[in-house]
Design a protein around this ligand. Sequence first.
Ligand code: PEP
Ligand code: MN
Length: 334
Amino acid sequence: MLILMKPDSSQKEREAVCQHIDKLGFKAHPIPGEHSFAIGITGNDGPIKEREFLPLGGVVKCIRVTSPYKLAGRKFNPKGTKVKVGSVTFGEGHFVNIAGPCSIESEEQTLRIARSVKKHGADVLRGGAFKPRTSPYSFQGLGLDGLKILKEASLELDIPIITEAIDFESLKLVAEYADIIQIGARNMQNFPLLKEVGRTKKAVVLKRGLSATLEEWLSSAEYIMQNGNDQVILCERGIRSFDKYTRNLLDLSAVPSIKTLSHLPIIVDPSHGTGRKELIAPMSKGSLAVGAHGIMVEVHDKPREALSDGYQALLPEEFAHLSSEVLKMSQSLN
Ligand code: PEP
Ligand code: MN
C-alpha cells in the first residue's frame, strides 16, 4: 500500500500517518518527491483498509501494491531513482561505462588494463577478486590481495571500483574496499547474502539470475531494499536458453520492461550476456538504444593469457572504439 499525501501536507500530518502505520505493526517508508509526497507501507500480509488512513489529515488517497516487491516497484518512486557513486550517477539521463578485466590476476595486469580503460572513457573500473567459478578447479580469484590491487588502481586513477562479493566473509571485505558491491547471477537468490547487502548501505549492482524472471529479480532487489539499502542498480547479463551459439541470451527487452516495473537504474553486461566479443559493441549500442543506464564490459590486453573469460574480452583498442561510438550515440540521443 502507498499513501499519497497532499503536496502541501504538513510535517506533522506526515508524521501522524507514519505513527499510525507503526501502531498497526507495519513499517512506514516516507518517499519525498519533487511535486508529491508518498508513504509506503511494508510488513503487511494482506490488504490494508483504506478507511484506516483516509480520515487522517493531508491524505489524498491510498494505492494498493499487489506485486511481491513494493520498495522496488515503479509506484514507489515514479520519477526514477538515481544512485550516486562519487561523481558517477546511475539513472535516467546518464549512461555509465564500466570496464575492466574479468578477474584481478596481478598488480601489473590490473594497473595496465585500468590505465587503459580509464584513458578510453571508463567511468568505473571492474575486476573480480572473489570468482564464483562453475568448476572448483578454475581460478578462484586472488581474494583480499585482489581487492588491494583494485583499490590501488582506484586511488592512482581516481576511478570508482566494482567487485563481486560471493559470501558473508567476502562481502565484509568488498564493502570495505570497493565503491560498488556486485552480486553475481549465481547469488541472485542467496537471500541471507542479499539481507546482509541490505545492511551495508553501499551501492550494489544486482545481476539477473541465470534463469530468473523479472519478478524474481525484483523480489531479490526487494530483499536488499527491505533491509535498509536503496542504492540498488540492476544488471541484465543474459539468461539461459537453448542455443549454444551465444553463452547466454541477452534479454534487451528486460531493460524497458524493468523501467516500467521498477524505478531502479538498470545496466547491461553484454560480455557475459553473449560470451562473444564481436557481439559486445552491437549489444552495447542496443542497450543504449533501449534505454539502459550503462554497460559493464570485460577488457583484457592479453586475452589468451587471461585466467578467466579471455575469449569474451575486448582488447583495449576495441574498448576505446566502443567507448567513442557509445559516447557519440548517447550525445545524439541526448
Ligand atoms: C562477472 O561479472 O564477473 C560475473 C561472474 O558475472 P555473472 O555473475 O553475470 O556471471
Ligand atoms: Mn567474467
